[in-house]
Design a binder for this molecule. Sequence first.
Ligand code: COA
Length: 136
Amino acid sequence: MTTDNIADPKPTGKLLLRVVPMPADVNRNGNIFGGWVMSQMDIAGGILANQRARSRVATVSVQTINFIRPINVGDIVCVFGEIVRIGRTSITVYLEVYVSPVLPPPLDENESFLVASSAFTFVAIDEHGRPHPVDR
Ligand SMILES: CC(C)(COP(=O)(O)OP(=O)(O)OC[C@H]1O[C@@H](n2cnc3c(N)ncnc32)[C@H](O)[C@@H]1OP(=O)(O)O)[C@@H](O)C(=O)NCCC(=O)NCCS
């Protein structure tokens, strides 16, 4: 899976994180700050990579993040992801962020929109912070 499928209305992978942004997370336009979104993606991808590596992981790289629609305070933000590559010590997770808007109330409570996508690469690290091989 690549970041090319941003028009796909169905989430890719499994639900990793569900969170509601607060007023402290807004930018000067009144929408949620892109860095906050990136942070949630990093946390969500880290959960999956951590489970797969069965060890601590460190984020080593982030592909282009496509911010597709704005997020507002109070929206329900869901991060989905799946592992798309396992290297010797690295794990790449493709992530999609979906939002269920709070205002205006959605007609369908399952209504949600893709707002961002990217792929994050994590490295399995030992207790000294050094890369270690991931079991295949
Ligand atoms: C992650 C870290 C431990 C890797 O150490 P390193 O000495 O660069 O390790 P290596 O060169 O052996 O690379 C380890 C793996 O990362 C991959 N990698 C390194 N740089 C990469 C990059 N820019 N993009 C994608 N993968 C990368 C390598 O290909 C290798 O993968 P593989 O073993 O599956 O083939 C080290 O760079 C680090 O601590 N970085 C800071 C991490 C951090 O603090 N992240 C939080 C955000 S600031």
